[in-house]
Design a protein around this ligand. Structure first.
Ligand code: ATP
Ligand code: MG
Ligand code: MG
Ligand code: MG
Length: 439
């Protein structure tokens, strides 16, 4: 992408409405624009990151055997009357009437609708296990939308729902979700700690939230800091192997890690003092096992091997896709701007032309741009007629992992400069070597 032809409305000034760094940088880097409280347009740069996060979520869900579909954003109120949640949900639910005076709502979550799909088409244990998920916009009329996309009213969520014949199979689905979530967050360059949580309006008693530690987080968290060193890494996981998947979950949930809702001071005090930590965290996901709460009220049953009919065992599992942009920036930035982890960066590398219009510099930049493209990497090429300082400031702000700087002086010696955004270190090398290093 050539910056001269792109749409990157960078702001020079700090927007007054932004209280936290991720919100500030997302506005300044031209990633989002607020359209109403808690409702945003995703400008091209922000949209690219959003799509990359979605892609990781899709890949990891499907790796775990979960099946994508797409449900609508608008739902009929009648489904929610069946489960009893239409009245319970309260003011967070945006209620709408259509022209025929029918009660509709903008979905804050989809347990009812997925249960309706299941009961219409599945009736036998032979069709289980089944986990369906989608990535779709949700609306919650939050009392205090704030911090940009971190607490929006309209936000993008991955929500998945498992259907199983018995409790053990449903707990295996729960565990599969935990492991696939850990993998997803790691690919995004995040450490998200599973913490025992309270269930809220979804119901059920088996639930974990995934928290990214950040002092701007809204949840108070209590943990043994050895939990932050746990990594899934590149290990091979067989998602059908109940024992293996359960062992990973145990590894990640044995050390103490809880939010204030489930915090137990007596247990916490047993942690050696040097490892006992109190901090704040951003909730980037949550998994629930709730058994037959919805299947019973909505009549979603299956016939078992012995011919009896039982309500199907369920759970639901969410990832805050749009919130993750904020969480990643909170966890990875400096005073110049964002530092994107490689897994989610909008472009893998930027090219800065120090003397636009100079024949040999332009030619060298074009060569690098095409060389990267040949290796499957789309660079963001700053080909504008701008001062070097402004170009560097933009690149630092938008936080691409690598920058290749090309100018007449270096080229005279056959060199360009390769700079790593995270470490700030620069190295001179030939254009070919720079392309090879990035790729
Ligand atoms: P919170 O405690 O932050 O209000 P929640 O517990 O109500 O979140 P869930 O129902 O667990 O949210 O939804 C799954 C995920 O969706 C959350 O873990 C979070 O990452 C994301 N999410 C929830 N509400 C919002 C919001 N208003 N804006 C952006 N993301 C959200
Ligand atoms: Mg909430
Ligand atoms: Mg919560
Ligand atoms: Mg939650």
């Amino acid at each position: 992408m050539r910056l001269s032809r792109y749409f990157l409305p960078v702001l020079k000034e700090n927007p007054a409405e932004a209280q936290i760094v991720s919100h500030r940088y997302m506005l300044r880097a031209g990633m989002i624009k607020q359209q109403a409280a808690g409702i945003y347009s995703w400008l091209p740069l922000g949209y690219r990151v959003l799509r990359r996060i979605e892609q990781i979520v899709h890949e990891e869900q499907q790796r775990a055997g979960h099946i994508p579909l797409l449900m609508p954003t608008l739902q009929p109120a009648d489904l929610w009357r069946e489960s009893g949640r239409y009245d319970d949900y309260g003011q967070e639910m945006l209620r709408i009437k259509d022209r025929h005076d029918r009660d509709m709502l903008y979905g804050p979550t989809n347990e009812e609708m997925i249960t309706d799909i299941f009961r219409a088409h599945v009736g036998s244990y032979k069709d289980l296990p089944l986990t369906l998920y989608h990535i779709q916009w949700k609306f919650r009329d939050e009392v205090r939308p704030r911090f940009g996309v971190m607490r929006g009213r309209e936000f993008l969520m991955k929500d998945g729902y498992n259907f199983d014949v018995d409790r053990d199979a449903a707990l295996h689905a729960y565990n599969r979700h935990m492991v696939s979530y850990l993998r997803s967050y790691e690919r995004m360059g995040l450490t998200a700690i599973p913490m025992r949580a309270a269930s809220g309006p979804i119901g059920g008693d088996n639930t974990h939230e995934f928290l990214v530690l950040a002092n701007t987080g809204e949840s108070e968290v209590f943990y043994d800091d050895r939990v932050t060193a746990l990594k899934l890494g590149a290990r091979d996981i067989d998602y059908d192997d109940r024992g293996q998947v359960a062992a990973v979950c145990e590894e990640f949930t044995t050390l103490y890690a809880r939010t204030d809702e489930t915090h137990d001071a007596a247990l916490f005090d047993q942690i050696p003092e040097e490892h006992r930590k109190v901090g704040r965290g951003i909730e980037v996901g949550q998994i629930f096992y709730f058994g037959t709460k919805y299947s019973e009220s909505m009549g979603a049953t299956v016939v078992t091997a012995d011919g009896s009919r039982v309500p199907v065992e369920m759970g639901s599992h969410g990832i805050g896709v749009s919130r993750l942009l904020g969480a990643i920036i909170e966890a990875s930035h400096d005073d110049k701007g964002i530092i994107w982890p490689e897994g989610v960066t909008p472009f893998p590398v930027g090219i800065v032309n120090l003397k636009q219009g100079d024949g040999s510099t332009d030619l060298a930049c074009e060569g690098i741009y095409k060389g990267l493209a040949a290796k499957g990497l789309e660079a963001l090429y700053d080909d504008r007629d701008e001062r070097a300082g402004a170009k560097f400031a933009t690149m630092d702000l938008i936080g691409l992992p690598w920058r290749i700087t090309v100018g007449p002086r270096g080229l005279a010696a056959g060199k360009v400069e390769l700079t790593c955004r995270r470490t700030g270190t620069s190295e001179e090398m030939s254009p070919e070597a720079a392309v090879a290093r990035v790729a």
